[in-house]
Design a protein around this ligand. Structure first.
Ligand SMILES: Nc1ncnc2c1ncn2[C@@H]1O[C@H](COP(=O)(O)OP(=O)(O)OP(=O)(O)O)[C@@H](O)[C@H]1O
Ligand SMILES: [Mg+2]
Length: 283
């Protein structure tokens, strides 16, 4: 078999969305700080703020965006030109806040945006996407375009209901059946595991899905304090219980079998994912 090699070779890529349905459960906190954790572990990380209407990832890292994804969609600049540099070389693609038309982007624009990532020439090991709350088609379109779906839940019925709704849509509409769960804002590891078990029991009654417990993050005042200062908690309070737990979640994701890299739909970095699949095939 003679396969044409791309002009540039890239390292294998993992693309993960951090979602959850319910607002305020800690999706952005976890996405941003996982990205910093991985960057600190010398991974090449790209963090994309997919909360197109109410972006806050740049603020959480104390960065100031001159250009955003809005300019990319307007054809004013490339994705690479909007990239900001965060701690440990982390690359951040900021989004907009308060521009209604961005919050209302339709599926065609979302697909165009997802496809435009393939033209990025930067090498990336891990791409992390912070999702907006809710189950809008924008949230679902972005989430289905990632291989790893990390669902953040909290110990309250509204969070569990909303996460259940996200999983249901992704499973029924896109046949997604592999979900990693992080339980946030808990008082103990016992509480985290109990919430996960309860959630898994309910979903297993209705869907045949493969759920994986990635761990818990404790309720920790340091999260709030670092957010107020616009600094990552990983940098500001590296010894805090939240950071120790986050690092464990990141290591857990590294162990999470990467057994469904291609899902059949439009995906971020599609060509690179195909390439890494072909590299794993005996030729
Ligand atoms: N483990 C934690 N301990 C303490 N506070 C936390 C923790 N995780 C998140 N928070 C706080 O909860 C609030 C909501 O967090 P965050 O903005 O990350 O949620 P979100 O799910 O992204 O919300 P939205 O849906 O509005 O985007 C913030 O004030 C954040 O500092
Ligand atoms: Mg958020």
């Amino acid at each position: 078999m003679n396969i044409k090699q791309p002009s540039k070779t890239f390292s294998p890529l993992r693309v993960m969305s951090v979602t959850g349905g319910k607002g305020g459960v800690g999706k952005s906190t976890i996405a941003v700080n996982m990205a910093v954790c991985y960057a600190k572990m010398n991974k090449k990380v790209l963090l994309f703020d997919a909360d197109l209407g109410l972006a806050n990832v740049d603020l959480m890292l104390g960065l100031r965006a001159k250009r955003t994804i809005h300019d990319v969609l307007d054809g004013q600049c490339t994705l690479e030109e909007v990239c900001l540099e965060g701690p440990y070389g982390l690359k951040v693609i900021p989004s907009t806040s308060g521009i209604q038309k961005m919050a209302d982007l339709g599926s065609v624009d979302i697909s165009r945006l997802i496809q435009s990532f393939s033209s990025m020439t930067s090498d990336v090991d891990i791409m992390i996407i912070d999702m907006a709350s809710g189950v809008s088609s924008q949230v679902i379109d972005f989430t289905q375009a990632t291989q790893d779906i990390v669902v953040v839940i909290c110990n309250n019925p509204a969070s569990l209901m909303d996460s259940y709704a996200v999983i249901k849509i992704l499973h029924q509409k896109y046949a997604r059946s592999r979900f990693g769960i992080v339980v946030n804002k808990v008082k103990s590891s016992y509480e985290g595991f109990e919430v996960y078990n309860k959630f898994q029991d309910v979903t297993a009654k209705f869907f045949n899905i493969n759920m994986h417990y990635l761990g818990h993050i404790p309720q920790d005042e340091c999260v709030h304090l670092s957010a107020l200062e616009g600094v990552s908690i990983v940098d500001k309070y590296p010894q805090s219980s939240a950071v120790i737990a986050l690092e464990k979640v990141c290591r857990g994701i590294n162990q999470w079998p990467d057994d469904s890299p291609l899902t059949g739909g439009i995906q971020f970095f599609f060509e690179r994912l195909i390439r890494s699949q072909l590299d794993n095939v005996e030729i």
